[in-house]
Design a protein around this ligand. Structure first.
Ligand code: FES
Ligand SMILES: [Fe+2]
Length: 445
């Protein structure tokens, strides 16, 4: 690769951002190389491949990848590309197989990616083919609380360092129970939007009372949710924090109530409250009393393309994104509660979700504006709350003074610039881990 092109797409002093990054094909091609070729990417969940030789088909950027569990139970992320001419060796979404046979000429790989059989090895290749060097291309794999991450970059820091202090917040959703979580889905659909817009929307609390006004009214009327207004949002004690590329929002919970999830209504609330109280001692042991009782993660993104929980925004060109929506449930939760969350999740998010449909329309207009001849020359304004975020005595990361702020958006695009301008991982800053991880929960669960 030649000298790295230097991007200067955001002015940190004004929050003005160059709209061309949402529609330009050349920028997109470099994103695939410099962001999706480097970062740790969320690719699946251990519960999608529970048994030996299970596999789940996924993507790292646009690269098709098979997440496998080999005969010894180890996880692999294998590029779905036969090393002979490049045919895909897996053509379905998931399954169980000890071997993957390419349907072009029959090269056959083990579930660990090794090339095991080549038709005509003696007769046609005169035993001269170097089989050990022709296994499926493998990415580095690690897990966080059952979520599988992979990276193509040999020089990437550990997953633990990549997540950094963001894990202190993420634990409050993903790492609460000894029994871990299970993923259902995904539901998949295409949206005519640039992938970055959905990521930056994850901590856009400003849009909620406007964009979701009618959906929120339905919730208020039928589910007993409190009405939502701009005033409530502006006065909310909730927090908005940025750590190491990851955008997070969370609630300081002084009142011993469960975290709000889709599925909670006036009818199901007692169920959620009883579960919250019954599991609190376990959660306190795992996360320490402060996080267990007082920190409840809300909307968030994991850099670069993990959005709103365990969901993926998979880029498919500058003007299109494939969205994967999973439902993640605590494995040992009562069935009635899991059922409520499943129904609530589909009703609010997912292709037919009330809230999802509100959002998609905004995102597609924002993307379309970036294509327009004149519009693309006029910057986006991300100036809200400039100069009103910083270190906090209790909470790790860069914490905004108010819940409504564009601090996370500005820092997300600055992180984007850091990746795009780096020659290698040595040029990408990683914030040190400073949070106190009380309790017994670890990176791996
Ligand atoms: S392309 Fe796979 S065996 Fe030839
Ligand atoms: Fe929204």
């Amino acid at each position: 690769m030649g000298a790295t092109q230097k991007y200067s797409i955001i002015d940190p002093a004004t929050g003005k951002i160059d709209r061309g990054i949402f529609s330009d094909q050349a920028v997109y091609d470099q994103e695939m190389e410099k962001i999706f070729g480097r970062a740790w990417l969320m690719i699946g969940h251990e519960s999608l491949v529970p048994k030996v030789n299970d596999f789940f088909h996924t993507y790292m950027g646009e690269d098709p990848v098979i997440l496998t569990r080999d005969g010894q139970g180890r996880l692999h992320a294998l590029l779905n590309m036969c090393r002979h001419r490049g045919n895909r060796v897996v053509r379905c979404d998931d399954g169980n197989a000890t071997r993957f046979m390419c349907t072009y000429h029959g090269w056959t790989y083990g579930s660990d990616g090794k090339l095991e059989h080549v038709a005509g090895m003696s007769e046609a290749y005169y035993d001269a083919l170097d089989k050990p060097s022709l296994g499926l291309v493998q990415a580095r794999v690690d897990t966080y609380a059952g979520i599988v991450f992979a990276t193509w970059a040999e020089d990437a820091p550990s997953l633990e360092a990549f997540l950094g202090d963001a894990r202190w917040y993420l634990d409050t959703v993903f790492n609460r129970r000894d029994g871990g979580m299970q993923a259902l889905g995904p539901m998949k659909w295409l949206e005519p939007v640039n992938w970055k817009t959905m990521v930056d929307n994850c901590s856009d609390n400003y849009h909620v009372p406007t964009t979701h006004l009618s959906s929120a009214r339905v919730q208020t009327r039928y589910l007993g949710r409190p009405p939502l207004s701009h005033k409530d949002q502006f006065e909310s004690p909730n927090k908005h924090v940025f750590v190491n590329g990851h955008s997070l929002t969370f609630r300081e919970a002084p009142d011993n109530t469960p975290r709000y999830v889709h599925g909670i209504s006036k009818d199901t609330f007692p169920l959620f409250q009883a579960y919250h109280e019954a599991t609190l001692p376990e959660v306190e042991r795992r996360l320490g009393a402060f996080r267990a009782r007082h920190v409840q993660l809300g909307n968030h993104s994991i850099f670069p393309n993990g959005v709103l929980g365990f969901r993926l925004a998979l880029p498919r060109g500058p003007l299109q994104t494939e969205f994967w929506h999973f439902v993640l449930l605590e494995k040992d939760a009562p069935e009635a509660l899991k059922h409520a969350i499943r129904i609530g999740s589909q009703a609010n998010n997912g292709a037919a979700g009330l809230f999802e449909q509100d959002d998609v329309d905004n995102w597609r207009q924002v993307t379309a504006a970036s294509k327009s001849r004149l519009g693309r020359r006029i910057s986006q304004d991300l100036s809200m709350g400039l100069g009103h975020a910083g270190a906090h005595p209790e909470y790790p990361g860069v914490v905004s003074e108010r819940y409504i702020s564009e601090n996370n958006q500005r820092l997300f695009y600055q992180r984007w610039e850091e990746f795009m301008n780096a020659e290698s991982w040595a040029d990408i800053p990683i914030a040190p881990i400073t949070a106190r991880f009380e309790g017994t929960a670890t990176l791996h669960g």
